[in-house]
Design a protein around this ligand. Structure first.
Ligand SMILES: [Zn+2]
Length: 131
């Protein structure tokens, strides 16, 4: 896609600090990291959101993510590597892999809320019944 920053990285039009590449995927360091070693893993084909990915890429990209997690954990002496799929910044599917340490002070998730009386069951049924 012509105006996609990640497609430009794949095409070599924008420099990137690559950490992994194969025929289908590319992983490179996020230039605005949450922590050093924060990596973005993307499919080389342009797919805006995870729901747009062909089924045959879902398994392999998460296998690549697992392997990268192990490498990042070792390389960055992290306690663990968090995986995040946000989908609102760059419209080219990407997985964030963020090295974490106990007590690093990073929030794990967005602010949470509570369900109103009966809402929990209604929402669960709505999702179960959606096609
Ligand atoms: Zn793209």
């Amino acid at each position: 896609m012509a105006d996609c920053i990640f497609c430009k990285i794949i095409a070599g039009e924008i420099p990137s600090a690559n950490v992994y590449e194969d025929e289908q995927f590319l992983a490179f360091l996020d230039i605005n990291p949450v922590a050093p070693g924060h990596t973005l893993l993307i499919p080389k084909a342009h797919h805006p959101m995870m729901a747009d990915l062909p089924d045959e890429l879902i398994g392999p990209i998460y296998q690549a993510a697992k392997q990268l997690m192990q490498r990042i954990k070792a390389a960055m002496a992290a306690d663990f590597v968090a995986l995040s799929v946000v989908g609102v910044d760059v419209p080219h599917f990407h997985i964030h892999l963020i090295p974490r340490r106990s007590g690093d002070g990073l929030a794990n998730f967005w602010p949470t809320r509570t369900y109103a009386e009966g809402e929990l069951d209604r929402v669960a049924a709505k999702i179960r019944d959606a096609s």
